[in-house]
Design a protein around this ligand. Structure first.
Ligand code: HEC
Length: 198
């Protein structure tokens, strides 16, 4: 089975590739679509009106409600108009999992906030942090799966010990449903474990 070949090679490749680098900042991973933390940081770095920022950070909605909310606010927040449909869904999904932010986490000076470090981790962060210590990230990011299938993978004996809470597992599965399934030819050659594809 080809996946097994990729996996066997990946076990050898991982230690040299990943090392002590902070994965989210290594440009080799740029091909993995941005998660909600980075998308929201991008939107907020455009310095939209403070009232809109506070509304985004303080509301509790379902993903569908967030999609409507983001579309409604796109007039006041031009950075939202630039998002592609999948990015909008990824952002709405992230907001559904992470908002409202605890009041203490909302900075008083919104214009100077360092949003990238201040916002909670997104599914991409979780994948880079928890899904490449035993095998190459490619094993995860090339799979096109349903939410149930992802949660099933994470519940296998090989994965059940990973230190992710049930809610983080849900958030990761949700990100992967929208953003994984990346064709192997879009994966950097160094992450293809010898060029295996499946
Ligand atoms: C503790 C080591 C370990 C970590 C960490 C790990 N995996 Fe795995 N993974 C394995 C092993 C071992 C296999 C092959 C055996 C198996 O499939 O259970 C595997 C195989 C896989 C496969 C292919 C087989 C399948 O089930 O379809 C996928 C997809 C996968 N992992 C996803 C993930 C995701 C998502 C994460 C992060 C939440 C992750 N892995 C983190 C050990 C790990």
């Amino acid at each position: 089975m080809r996946l097994r070949h990729l996996f066997a090679l990946a076990l050898i490749a991982v230690p040299t590739l990943v090392g002590p680098l902070r994965a989210e900042y290594d440009p080799i991973f740029d091909f993995i679509p941005l998660g909600g933390r980075s998308l929201l940081a991008q939107v907020l770095e455009g310095k939209p009106p403070a009232a809109d920022v506070r509304a985004l950070l303080s509301a509790r909605h379902s993903r569908d409600q967030w999609v409507e909310e983001l579309k409604a606010r796109a007039k006041a927040i031009p950075a939202l108009q630039a998002l592609e449909e999948r990015e909008l869904l990824t952002l709405a999904d992230y907001l559904a999992f992470n908002m409202p932010l605890p009041t203490a986490r909302i900075p008083a000076d919104l214009a100077r906030a360092d949003w990238k470090t201040l916002l909670p981790r997104d599914g991409r962060d979780l994948a880079l942090e928890y899904c490449q210590s035993c095998h190459i990230i490619t094993v995860t990011i090339t799979q096109d799966r349903s939410r149930e299938h992802w949660l099933g993978t994470m519940n296998k004996p090989s994965h059940v010990e990973i230190k992710l809470t049930p809610r983080e597992r849900e958030a990761l599965a949700s990100y992967l449903v929208l953003n994984a399934g990346i064709p192997i030819d879009q994966v950097p050659v160094d992450l293809r474990a010898g060029g295996a594809s499946y």
